[in-house]
Write a protein that binds this ligand. Structure first.
Ligand code: ATP
Ligand code: MG
Length: 424
């Protein structure tokens, strides 16, 4: 029989890697909570029309990346490709849209893309959404938070912030018309994707990867010449906040993002370390989305980061999660020794809950157990044999350094281990 395999692009995360995941997730969680973000957990399945209505019918995600199927009742459901739509849906449904409201979420997202390094079909995002504040201090706070995360993780030097304003819906519509007008003259010479987008989603042509298309864009109308006054002012204020907080950025007038719901601020954190999958975090303002999904008109701004790409970047930078090795490993020899060991280790777990303390299970010779103790990485083996069991004592054998072994009363063990841990 052929061995069963996980679905392509939907990898398992193995124990050797979960330590890094937990470390990263904890760092992000601590940071976002210190900014007042509260966690919300949404379902992974939503009605298909939620995404069509929010992300946009003619975006890459909705056109070709969604996992959509009919359930047993014939309802069209979709595995969420991103978190903002579901978060807004939940916030509207449960009356959480207040001013201000800061929410964050984490979990798997699903997109039917070509799997490659940093691009998966099931991938993990952490996303933040701030509702109710129309002023650019909200955008700036989110960006400053993300900048702080890169500093906390030690990758600040490997990432750059790309920033843009795409203006109001009206400004964008006017620009779109001008862009289509300009590009139509070269239509036959644009790449195939861009030709199609000229009809469906012309702004996306701006971030075409095709050199020839990019050449035509050099003299294209500039989005910034079309921005409305309010967007121009807000963008200036956003940049001033970032300057004040010493968050460096590059204004990229071609950055438009792939989702329809953005207006004004859009941004991406990019790295050159991960090839074509260089965006580790992206977001922007979406003042129309809450109303579009049935809530009362409320501004919003948010971003999502791709955890796989951040972990790849950490790896490329040689940054590892601090390793945590057990403090002690209990070895029990002979029936009485095993029982004393079991009781002794359980007692330690009560008195020293802050430490990682392991127990040998499944018996084995003294030699085999000591081998396991060593392999566990523990600092010290706690040995209970017949003699120790009889005398209510325990023998400590140091596995990492040359100290001589000692035997002491069970009652003194917790204190001694605490002393040893301070020398680690
Ligand atoms: P890309 O241009 O790389 O396709 P995107 O603009 O589609 O990214 P967003 O929808 O903005 O991505 O998602 C936010 C972040 O989630 C991205 O910046 C990236 O870090 C991560 N991400 C998006 N799609 C994938 C994927 N298929 N696999 C892994 N991470 C992803
Ligand atoms: Mg994409």
């Amino acid at each position: 029989m052929k061995t069963l395999q996980a679905i392509r692009g939907m990898p398992d995360t193995l124990p050797v890697d979960t330590g890094s995941w937990q470390w990263l997730e904890r760092k992000v969680q601590d940071l976002v909570q210190s900014y007042g973000y509260q966690e919300i957990r949404m379902p992974i399945l939503e009605s298909t029309h939620l995404f069509a209505r929010s992300i946009g019918e003619v975006t890459d995600i909705v056109e070709k990346e969604m996992y959509t199927f009919a359930d047993r009742n014939g309802d069209s459901l979709t595995l969420r490709p991103e978190g903002t739509a579901g978060c807004v849906r939940a916030a509207v449904q449960h009356n959480l849209i207040s001013t201000p409201q800061r929410l964050w979420y984490r979990g798997p997202m699903f997109r039917h893309e070509r799997p490659q390094k940093g691009r998966l079909r099931q991938f993990q995002q952490i996303g933040l959404e701030a509702f109710g504040v129309a002023t650019p201090d909200a955008d700036a706070e989110l960006i400053a938070l993300s900048a702080r995360l890169w500093r906390d993780l030690g990758v600040a030097d490997a990432v750059q912030l790309q920033l843009n304003s795409i203006g109001s819906l009206e400004a964008r519509a006017a620009y779109k018309a001008a862009l289509v007008d300009y590009l139509s003259a070269f239509k036959g010479e644009l790449d195939e994707d861009s030709q199609r987008r000229l009809e469906t989603n012309p702004l996306r042509i701006l971030d075409s990867k095709h050199a020839r298309t990019q050449e035509f864009l050099t003299n294209a109308p500039n989005l910034h010449d079309f921005l409305d006054e309010e967007s121009v002012n807000d963008f200036a204020r956003l940049k001033a906040y970032l300057d004040g907080a010493k968050v460096a950025y590059t204004v990229n007038p071609r950055l438009v993002r792939g989702l329809d719901y953005y207006n004004k601020t859009v941004f991406e954190w990019v790295t050159t370390e991960l090839g074509a999958q260089g965006t580790i975090c992206a977001g922007g303002r979406y003042d129309g989305l809450v109303a579009q999904l049935g809530g009362k008109p409320t501004p919003g701004v948010g971003f999502a980061m791709g955890l796989e790409r951040i972990l790849l970047l950490l790896g490329a930078q040689g940054i590892e999660a601090p390793s945590t090795l057990p403090l002690a490993f209990g070895v029990g020899v002979g029936e009485a020794g095993e029982r004393a060991c079991f009781a002794g280790i359980e007692a330690l777990r009560s008195s020293l809950p802050q430490f990682d303390i392991r127990l040998n299970t499944g018996a084995g010779s003294f030699k085999a157990q000591m081998k396991r103790a060593d392999k566990s990485g523990a600092k010290v083996a706690l040995i209970w044999g017949e003699t120790e069991a009889q005398n209510n004592t325990v023998t400590l054998k140091f596995l990492r350094d040359d100290e001589p072994q000692i035997t002491l009363a069970n009652s003194l063990l917790a204190q001694e281990l605490e002393r040893i841990s301070n020398t680690m």
